[in-house]
Design a protein around this ligand. Sequence first.
Ligand code: AMP
Length: 218
Amino acid sequence: MYSKIFRTVIIGAPGSGKGTISELIVQTFGFLHISSGDILRQNIMNNTDLGKKARQYISSGRLVPDEILNKTMLGRITEVGNKSYILDGFPRNKEQAEVLAGSEHIDAVINLVVAHDVIIDRVKNRWIHPPSGRVYNIGFNDPRVPGKDDETGEPLVQREDDKPEVVKKRLQLYDKIMLPVLEYYKDRGIVTTFRGSRSKEIWPRVELFLREKIHKCP
Ligand code: AMP
């Protein structure tokens, strides 16, 4: 869609709307969405060598070792060739950021900041249909029949780890882990922070930012 290849990293806590914003970037600008979590989950599902290695870490809530992630993500970036992309979930520490910088020039880092209270409140109202992964948000996108999935009529459930105290811990941990990555990119002057509470409100600013950035690129 655009001649200049534009390489971005998206950073945002779980529940910040990172998935929604990434999807809108894909639809609007034709970027590829390269998500480390998705790649790992897919490999686990297909029981590949990588999947077998990653499974033990992910299931116990640990990060997968850097060597594995670096190789996987750089491999994927090379595979997609000369296309604009958004990296999601990678880098997750300074070492990964350095390895990435060794082979790729990152043009921009999109940092989504949504207040913890807002995320906790939103997640509290989240109900899911486990077999399909469909997500409903009470007061925002309600199911047609309360407590029932729209397509199948099956019951909706709340995830154990969507409980406020669990979410709060997860958010604090996320901020702590990502701080060095953000600092790394801030030192290089490429971070743009978007604050808000809803993707609907954040998206127009991200869109404008990308349009201007892409336009300015030679
Ligand atoms: P995510 O969907 O991004 O939360 O990723 C799911 C899980 O995959 C994480 O909890 C980690 O165990 C693993 N993972 C994803 N990205 C990375 C990364 N960059 N470094 C290490 N582990 C990762």
